[in-house]
Ligand binder design. Sequence first.
Ligand SMILES: Nc1nc2c(ncn2[C@@H]2O[C@H](COP(=O)(O)OP(=O)(O)OP(=O)(O)O)[C@@H](O)[C@H]2O)c(=O)[nH]1
Ligand SMILES: [Mg+2]
Ligand SMILES: [Zn+2]
Length: 308
Amino acid sequence: MNRGIVLKSTGSHYKVLGDDGKIADCSVKGKLRIKELRNTNPIAVGDNVLYEMDGKNESAVISEVLDRRNYILRKASNLSRHSQIIAANVDQLFLMITIILPETPVEFIDRFLITAEAYRVPATILINKTDLYGEDELEKMDYLESMYNKIGYKSLKLSLYDNTGLESLQVQLKDKITLLSGNSGVGKTTLLNCLNPALNLKTEAISDYHKQGKHTTTFPEMHPMPFGGFVIDTPGIKGFGVVDMEKNEIYHFFREIFLASKACRFNNCLHLDEPGCSVREAVEKGDIDFLRYRSYLNIMDSDDRKYR
Ligand SMILES: Nc1nc2c(ncn2[C@@H]2O[C@H](COP(=O)(O)OP(=O)(O)OP(=O)(O)O)[C@@H](O)[C@H]2O)c(=O)[nH]1
Ligand SMILES: [Mg+2]
Ligand SMILES: [Zn+2]
């Protein structure tokens, strides 16, 4: 019996990195001992599995999925109640954003962050393509950075064009399983190639991103890092979300709003227009950034909250 970690899952086949350092192409036979039957893919990237080599040929069969520490979900499709496991056993979430080409909306960042809060997995913001930024973009970047740093999120600035910021990033990634997320075209796959040139992954020219429905990366794939640890590249996915959030708990996942909410007059305050709302007071005083509050209002207002 061998033990290994799943690097890639394409539905019926699994690429597994064995504890022996060898890659095995695995399939599944018979019944597996797994609990999450509601998911479309019972074995995900990051799963630790036991498998047996299949006689003379190179193939192998997975017999057991070991207990997971956690797993990150997304909805399989808009209509489906089933969800897909993007990855299991994730130590940290990294969101790559860009100020331009493409512009990452603040609300997109906040949706990501509240998801991370709900999973209780630490999140870091990677600001890429700094080489492209002029005065306006730099000003906007500084604003966002200090806004997020103030409420306790780490951020790192990168340019993969001139390789700046990679050393401090490597320190953060070392020996951890990191899920890398971000809109299509921000540079996730380019980053993986910079971190591990041996990967030689395919990326696409910026201009091609304006064509609709173009995604270079299709399946989440976990890549071993030469300095230790793994990074999971995910295709530019929108519907990345958690357990269905109830309307009255969304503010729990906005750290600073949650803190301020403790002083609201009513304990069922939703921080919309209730009297004695200390969240609104904090927004008016500038203690809570209006951009964050606006994200909160938009998420409260949308019916795609249940977008797991
Ligand atoms: N100027 C500049 N371009 C960059 C930088 N990083 C990535 N790019 C370019 O941005 C484009 C998109 O990069 P990808 O790595 O394919 O983006 P992705 O996030 O993997 O996109 P999806 O796979 O669609 O989710 C490529 O043309 C890269 O060369 C950077 O720091 N500066
Ligand atoms: Mg990619
Ligand atoms: Zn309130």
